[in-house]
Design a protein around this ligand. Structure first.
Ligand code: NI
Length: 170
């Protein structure tokens, strides 16, 4: 396993359309393990393949629910939201959007269809915080970042801040 570089906004790979996973082999397992390693190193509670520069429909999500020192994660291949209901507002941040957290409006309850690393199909229903994490990660594989859900003003302020960092680093 290895820790991979996390791409940050405005890296183009974060905006690209991703390819569905069609081959369920050892390379896919290794990629998912690298993603988990990278997520726990950061640390984060979810990571999507485009965040490490791979344009694939693949996400990993933490399942430890805050228990320290444990690693328990779920790999979801080709995840898709199949049902959504209600609304909630919760604080979000993103490893690819440094130094920003903000409240984002999301669906309260969702159903997600996905495959595991062996290619078997599953459906999962969830709500509250875990539903937020899944909506955030599934957005990533569709080229969407959580800042896209913010007001134009908040987004413009963040863009300005990033431009300033880049100018200072140059
Ligand atoms: Ni993110």
């Amino acid at each position: 396993m290895s820790i991979r570089k996390i791409f940050e906004y405005p890296a183009p790979v974060l905006r690209q359309q991703t390819r569905p996973v069609t081959v369920f082999d050892d390379d896919l397992k290794k990629l998912a393990e690298d993603m988990a390693e990278t997520m726990y190193d950061a640390p984060g509670i979810g990571l999507a393949a485009p965040q490490i520069g791979e344009s694939l429909k693949l996400i990993v999500v933490d399942m430890t629910k805050g228990k320290e020192g444990k690693r328990d994660y779920m790999v979801m291949v080709n995840p898709e939201i199949t049902r959504k209901e209600g609304h909630q507002l919760d604080e979000e941040g993103c490893l690819s959007v440094p130094d920003l957290t903000s409240k984002v409006r999301r669906f309260k309850r969702i159903a997600v269809s996905f495959q595991d690393l062996a290619g078997n199909s599953h459906e999962l229903e969830t709500e509250d915080r875990f539903a937020v994490v899944l909506q955030h990660e599934i957005d990533h594989i569709n080229g969407i970042l959580f800042i896209d859900h913010l007001s134009p003003l908040k987004r413009a302020l963040y863009k300005k801040k990033v431009k300033k960092w880049h100018a200072e680093a140059a």
